[in-house]
Design a protein around this ligand. Sequence first.
Ligand SMILES: Cc1cc2nc3c(=O)[nH]c(=O)nc-3n(C[C@H](O)[C@H](O)[C@H](O)COP(=O)(O)O)c2cc1C
Length: 301
Amino acid sequence: MCQYKCGNIRCKAIPLAAHRMSVEQALLGRRSVRAFLTRPVSRSAVERILELASQSASNSNGQPWQVHVLTGAAKDRLTAALLKAHEGGGRVQKCEFDYQPRPDEWVEPFLSRRSEFGQGLYGKTLGIEFTDLVGRDSHHRRNYEFFGAPVGIILTVSRHQLDSALIDAGLFLQAVMLTARAAGLDTCPQASFLDYYPVLRRHLNIPDDHRIVCGISLGYADKTHPLYSFTTPRQCVKDFATFYEDRAEDAIGMDGSTPGIGSLPQRPTQENSGGSEIDIDHVPWAGWMQDFPEQPGSRRH
Ligand SMILES: Cc1cc2nc3c(=O)[nH]c(=O)nc-3n(C[C@H](O)[C@H](O)[C@H](O)COP(=O)(O)O)c2cc1C
C-alpha cells in the first residue's frame, strides 16, 4: 500500500493537493484552456499527474506512451525554435502520419462542428475576422508558447504498436487532463505541434520509432482572460448512442428524452450560467451513482 494511503497498491508518488473532485466534476469542469498564469506547477505535482495517468488501460498493458516535460529555460528554447520555424515557413507540408483530414477533406457533420468551433474561438471570443490572417496567426502562434503555461508536455507513442498505440495514447491524454483538473490545474491538448515535428524530434531526441501524438499545456488558468469564457457544445446522448434493450420502455430517445438524467449538472457555459462568470473550479456534484438505482427487470452485463 502506498505510504500516502491513496488506496492504490501501485502508487509510489506523492498525492496532489486534495481538491476532492468527483470524476463527474472533473469531466464537466475540464475544457481546453488557452490562457495560463505564470504561477509555477511543482515537479512533484507533474510527476503525480503522470503516475496517475499511467494507470490508464492499454492494449495488453503495452503502455506505449512516453512524455517529454518542459519547464523554464528548456521550454523557452523549444518555443523559440518552433516560432523560428513558424516564421521561416518551416511548416511541414505533410504530417508524419494521417493525423486528421486535410481542410478540403472534412465531411458533415464534422465540417460544421469544426467551422462552429473556429467561429466561436476566433470570431466571437477573440473578435478576429475569418479573413484576418495576421490576427489569426497571432493567436495560433500562442500554441507554440504553450499558451503561457509553465509546463509543456510532448506526448509520443511507439510506432511498433500501430494504431492501437494511438488509442492507448488517447486514454493516457484524457487521464492527464482529468487528473490535472481534479488538482485544480488546467490543460490544452495540441496537435498544432505536429506541423513542426522535425523541430520536436531534433530538440527532444525523439527516436524514429516513436510517433508524436500531441503537445499538452499544463498550468493554472488565467480566469481573467477573454478565452476563459470560451466553451464548446456537445451532442445529446440520443444523437450518438443506440441502445439495445430487452424492454421497449427502457429505450432512450423514443420521445427524445434521456430517462433520469435531466436534473444532473451540465457543463458550465455562458448560456446556462445565466451570463455570470463561469468557474470550472466549482462544478456541482450530483453524486449520480445514488441517482441511478438498479431498475427492476433491467440487465447489467
Ligand atoms: C488531439 C487533440 C488535438 C488538439 N489540438 C489543438 C490545438 O492544436 N490547439 C488548440 O487550441 N486546441 C486543440 N485541441 C482542443 C480542441 O479544440 C478541443 O478539445 C475541442 O474544441 C473541444 O473543446 P474542449 O476541449 O474545451 O471541451 C485539440 C484537442 C485534441 C483532443
